[in-house]
Design a protein around this ligand. Structure first.
Ligand code: ZN
Length: 393
């Protein structure tokens, strides 16, 4: 004999359980396109996102999600041999909370779908992987607006179906970096791989940096050049960029100095953003800041044509010195958390010749969690460098 109250409890739990399941947002993503593609330039897929739940959802246009057609790293692609085309697209600074506030999302009612076409040849270089039968998967992670969450958004993973396409005719792909109006001035002396020595030193306890490091630093005083090139920027925007570039320069100088003068447990800022200290990871961070500190941020090329309100900026990592600024950049404070100066630092860390960082975690909370969970990735993550330089908790 089962007590009645106990049974009722079970029934209650069961009905709450089913209520919870039916209320959870649910998305389905499918990819479609031509099965046979004779030229990589024709490799287009249509992503169809459907709201399979029974609530209306607002899905953000995350640059790394199928609702954005920006050529960010949204797809995972491999042929039957397991060869993967090189990613040749853009790296974007994005803060989901800001994008939600800017209403940069698509509203999907229950059962409703939206299609977005993607040109895969603008983000992936198939000459590295060759002809073949490719399996194309889209990132299944989506942010939806969630006022009950402190970040203003929550994550939903869509059920997904990949697209299979046979590609023949791999021609030389052109990746459009825009037209540079003026060659950016990069006057750093070739950065010798003098860090091999440093690495050995750091591996020993009681680290002390060599004197020639001090000499490097002495060159980096306040004579910041103001020969930036601007593309499609208003005079107001130019003024804001010039200030932000000067502040970005101060940020990286101070970050570099701090990183090299404090090691191990004495550097709490390092631990917060890059996680547990190890000589190998520390040298990676130090090398990144050293190279960034040798950039002249006031000599970069700034392009103001991007109009996306929820996005801060993006770069092509191999196109050193050109930064594309988007809507959220103009509303950001000059310095501090997610600032203009910090955004420029973030973008500069993506340049292959600086640190070639990736965007694995965005925002303070996610970056702190990343440092704790996976310091090896934190030292490769662009926002982690930005937050280290901004130094706001
Ligand atoms: Zn980024």
């Amino acid at each position: 004999m089962v007590p009645k109250a106990f049974l009722q409890g079970i029934l209650l739990a069961a009905s709450f359980g089913s209520l919870f399941v039916s209320a959870a947002p649910s998305l389905s993503l499918s990819l479609s396109g031509a099965k046979y593609v004779n030229a990589v330039g024709d490799l287009k897929v249509t992503a169809t996102l459907t709201n399979t739940g029974d609530e209306t959802v607002k899905v953000l246009h995350d640059p790394h999600g199928a609702l954005s057609d920006m050529p960010a790293d949204t797809f995972s692609i491999a042929n039957e041999d397991g060869s993967v085309p090189n990613f040749a697209g853009i790296m974007v600074k994005y803060v989901p909370k800001v994008a939600a506030e800017e209403h940069e999302y698509t509203v999907l009612h229950p059962g409703q779908s939206v299609d977005v076409e993607h040109d895969l040849s603008s983000a992936y270089d198939f000459s590295s992987s060759g002809e073949g039968v490719y399996s194309i998967h889209a990132n299944t992670h989506f942010y939806i607006v969630d006022p009950s969450s402190p970040e203003g958004v929550s994550s939903v993973y869509a059920d997904s179906t990949p697209h299979i396409a046979q590609i023949s005719g791999i021609e030389q792909q052109q990746f459009d970096f825009g037209s540079d109006t003026e060659q950016n001035v990069f006057n750093a002396t070739a950065i010798a791989d003098d860090f091999e020595d440093l690495e050995d030193e750091v591996a020993l306890e009681g680290v002390d940096l060599a004197d020639d490091e001090e000499a490097d630093l002495a060159e980096d005083d306040d004579d910041v050049k103001t020969n930036a090139s601007f593309r499609r920027c208003s005079s107001r925007q130019r003024r804001l960029i010039r200030k932000a570039a000067v502040s970005a320069q101060r940020y990286v100088r101070s970050a570099y100095n701090y990183a090299r003068s404090r090691h191990g447990s004495r550097n709490r800022r390092y631990k917060l953003w890059f996680g547990r200290w190890s000589p190998r990871r520390y040298v990676k961070v130090l090398r990144a800041f050293k190279r960034m500190n040798q950039n002249r941020y006031s000599g970069y090329t700034y392009d103001c044509s991007c109009r996306r309100s929820g996005t801060y900026a993006y770069v092509h990592p191999d196109n050193y010195g050109t930064v594309y600024l988007c809507g959220a950049f103009w509303r950001a404070p000059l310095v501090g958390k997610n600032s203009k100066a910090g955004t420029i630092v973030h973008e500069s860390s993506h340049f292959t010749r600086n640190a070639g960082t990736i965007d694995r975690a965005y925002g303070h909370d996610k970056c702190k969690a990343l440092a704790l969970r996976n310091p090896n990735v934190a030292v490769r993550n662009a926002d982690s460098y930005e937050y280290y330089t901004e130094n706001t908790a």
